[in-house]
Design a protein around this ligand. Structure first.
Ligand code: NAD
Ligand code: LMR
Length: 345
């Protein structure tokens, strides 16, 4: 098909096409795996990823229904080839050769639960899936959505260390939904075009560990003190807002799929050589006394390229940070202690 296009083109145009072809030839090898692909997040996330032209192979794993999800998606006329894998015996085929692995496997909250209440079920799910990544795609970028993110990311890191393949630049807790929400709520409150709003959200991904930096919003916005407090609380409790509205049917799935596809897309852009890609994400960090912490991160060909840090914070934001740190440290320690007592087999 490419040669047909070339023969129709003038030589000047051909040069452009050759460059385009080279760029796409380079891009053509990206394999992305989604683990937990049949779930509330997994299915819409896989749908959005199927539409990403940087992905040549979308590999879907779950313990149920993956053949059906894969068959359905495979009929969509976009370039990514789709494969479905079900059951642990198929993890090797799913993961081998993956450049990026996205993990939304695990149970969601019901009303009245905290994210930490999911720990007992999701800790071992994440441990075992990351262990499979260590075995079958040790160089991959691992993006963890499964809650409690504040604990599942440290668990993932310890499994990779246990297997001798840990690279702190390649493990990400996906906190993009907090930024997506902050952008949406602030654009609504200030009647701004949401496409041009960016609010960094730092810290962790649960209640008070979520620290929106409204003072660093772009474009700049200002709120009276009580409205700023209300806006901050809404961003911190937005997950619970969805859990309560779904009344027992789970937590955020569609907005999370959007956020997960946004983060994965940014990572793929960076892996392909784009140099201006920045996302807030929960990574190994020296920015605070917490071993893992979300800040704006410049992504690059090897994952984390540069931690852009917290920037200048107002007294109000510093007070939020002071509340976040003890809880976040507790969540991180819980994950690390659990994995010490329950190592991958
Ligand atoms: P869901 O129950 O709808 O889907 C989870 C899927 O995981 C199911 O298809 C299930 O079969 C699969 N699964 C379970 N054990 C597995 C295993 N060992 N291997 C592979 N797949 C397995 O739940 P959901 O609504 O998609 O939420 C998934 C997780 O994402 C929850 O822990 C939720 O709290 C979390 N979440 C995180 C964020 C975030 O911002 N990071 C946002 C929303 C939800
Ligand atoms: C969210 O922020 O929506 C997720 O972490 C899911 C939840 O339990 O709130």
């Amino acid at each position: 098909m490419f040669s047909r296009i070339l023969t129709k083109s003038c030589s000047q145009h051909s040069a452009t096409l050759v460059r385009t072809f080279c760029a796409s030839a380079k891009r053509d090898s990206m394999k992305v795996a989604v683990l937990g692909a049949s779930g509330g997040i997994g299915q819409p996330l896989a749908l959005l990823l199927k539409n990403n032209p940087l992905i040549s192979h979308l590999s879907l794993f779950d313990i149920v229904h993956t053949p059906g999800v894969a068959a359905d998606l495979s009929h969509i006329c976009t370039p990514a080839q789709v494969s479905g894998h079900m059951g642990t015996d198929e993890l090797e085929a799913c993961l081998t050769g993956s450049h990026v692995v996205v993990i939304p496997a695990g149970v969601p909250r019901k009303p009245g639960m905290t994210r930490d209440d999911l720990f007992n079920t999701n800790a071992s799910i994440v441990r075992d899936l990351v262990d499979a990544c260590a075995k079958y795609c040790p160089q991959s970028m691992i993006c963890i959505i499964s809650n409690p993110v504040n604990s599942t990311v440290p668990i993932a890191a310890e499994v990779l260390k246990q297997r001798g393949v840990y690279d702190q630049k390649r493990v990400f807790g996906v906190t993009t939904l907090d930024v997506v929400r902050a952008n949406t709520f602030i654009a609504q409150a200030k009647d701004l075009d949401v496409a041009h709003v960016n609010v960094p959200v730092i810290g962790g991904h649960s209640g008070e560990t979520i620290v929106p930096l409204i003072s660093q919003a772009s474009p700049q916005v200002s709120f009276p003190r009580d409205e700023r407090a209300k806006m901050t609380e809404r961003i911190q409790n937005a997950g619970t807002e969805v859990v309560e509205a779904k009344a027992g049917a789970g937590s955020a799935t569609l907005s999370m799929a959007y956020a997960g596809a946004k983060f994965t897309g940014s990572l793929l852009d960076a892996l392909n050589g784009r140099e201006d890609v920045v996302e807030c994400t929960f990574v190994r960090s020296d920015e605070t006394e917490c071993k893992y912490f979300a800040t704006p991160i410049r992504l690059g060909k090897n994952g984390v390229n540069q931690n852009l840090g917290m920037g200048h914070m107002t007294d109000f934001e510093v007070s939020l940070l002071e509340k976040a740190i003890p809880e976040l440290n507790k969540n991180i320690a819980k994950g690390e202690e659990w994995i010490k007592a329950n190592p991958a087999q």
